[in-house]
Ligand binder design. Structure first.
Ligand code: FE2
Ligand code: FE2
Length: 306
């Protein structure tokens, strides 16, 4: 995603220097992440055979926004192999980011398994439509692209936290008895750890080459799109999810962008190149734009509820 803001030679040197921090962060991840089993929380006793009883929307009525959130959440998890492929293509075989990415991919599959089994047992979503949409999305293999590893790790830092917020808020909209809340909350916990890995990798990169990272972060923030653009009807889903208050511009600004930029101390960075300093100024304008967008979206939600 984005125009070529990062010098390829500088990006290569940065990736080399990130081997040590990446290995350390991977070990930290292994020590804090908890194994869990995606089949354990599924209400299997509620499940019925689709050949005997056809699916219908009244079996588990959910608002359009919540349905869209569940569909986008599970299909995004399904598409992980393409993200892995994109992230790994510029990384050398023996770099610790490869080992991390394999573990990350394995964990994301667990999320997809848990959400899909839960959907099938509770009949929350039309399973035929879901499978058709999965085939359509995965046959395209469309994922956000970046021109450099610097931009990729900046993007994934925002995206993992955004995904955590989206999963957590989806869970909040579900009832306890059918266990959707519990499953979404377990998944949100993993996403928080994924975010912590990339966020701290970016922090290490900011120490190595603050100017390159400043430009990469600004570029990714300006162009940010949630993953899932290859999902049929993605724009419609995105709108419904935002209007349901699950994830929109306001959540992106308050729960993703602001805490992440402040963790990185973006506005305290010193010794930036002239170009990177300009990128930081642009970022302030981007943030003002995002603030206006969030206010407009909140006004639409308020008008709908009036
Ligand atoms: Fe996930
Ligand atoms: Fe994740």
């Amino acid at each position: 995603m984005g125009s070529l803001t990062v010098n390829p030679a500088k990006d290569c040197a940065l990736v080399e220097e990130l081997a040590g921090p990446a290995a350390g962060l991977f070990n930290r991840h292994l020590s804090v992440s908890k194994e869990w089993y995606p089949f354990e929380d599924i209400p299997w006793g509620d499940a019925t055979d689709f050949a005997e009883e056809a699916w219908n929307a009244q079996q588990y009525p959910l608002s359009q926004g919540v349905q869209s959130a569940i569909i986008v959440n599970v299909l995004t998890e399904d598409n992980l192999p393409y993200y892995t492929h994109t992230l790994l293509s510029p990384i050398k075989e023996d770099h610790p980011l490869r080992e991390w990415s394999r573990r990350w991919t394995a964990e994301e599959w667990r999320h997809s398994a848990a959400i899909r089994d839960w959907i099938l047992a509770t009949r929350a979503i039309d399973p035929y439509r879901l499978e058709d949409d999965r085939m359509a999305q995965m046959s395209k293999g469309q994922v956000p692209e970046s021109d450099s590893v610097a931009e990729m790790i900046a993007y994934v830092s925002f995206q993992e936290l955004a995904t955590q917020v989206a999963h957590r808020n989806t869970g909040q909209a579900l009832d306890k008895t059918r266990r959707g809340k519990k499953i979404m909350s377990k998944i949100a916990g993993d996403e928080g750890l994924h975010h912590a890995f990339y966020r701290d990798l970016v922090l290490a990169a900011l120490e190595i080459d603050p100017s390159t990272m400043m430009m990469a972060i600004q570029s990714e923030l300006r162009n940010f799109k949630m993953p899932g653009t290859g999902i049929p009807g993605f724009t419609r889903h995105e709108e419904a999810i935002a209007l349901a208050g699950i994830f929109g511009a306001q959540q992106f600004l308050d729960a993703v962008v602001k805490p992440t930029l402040s963790y990185w101390r973006i506005f305290d960075l010193e010794d930036l190149s002239a170009e990177a300093d300009q990128a930081r100024e642009k970022m302030s304008r981007n943030l003002a734009g995002l603030t206006r967008l969030a206010a407009a979206q909140q006004a639409r939600i308020a008008a709908m509820q009036a």
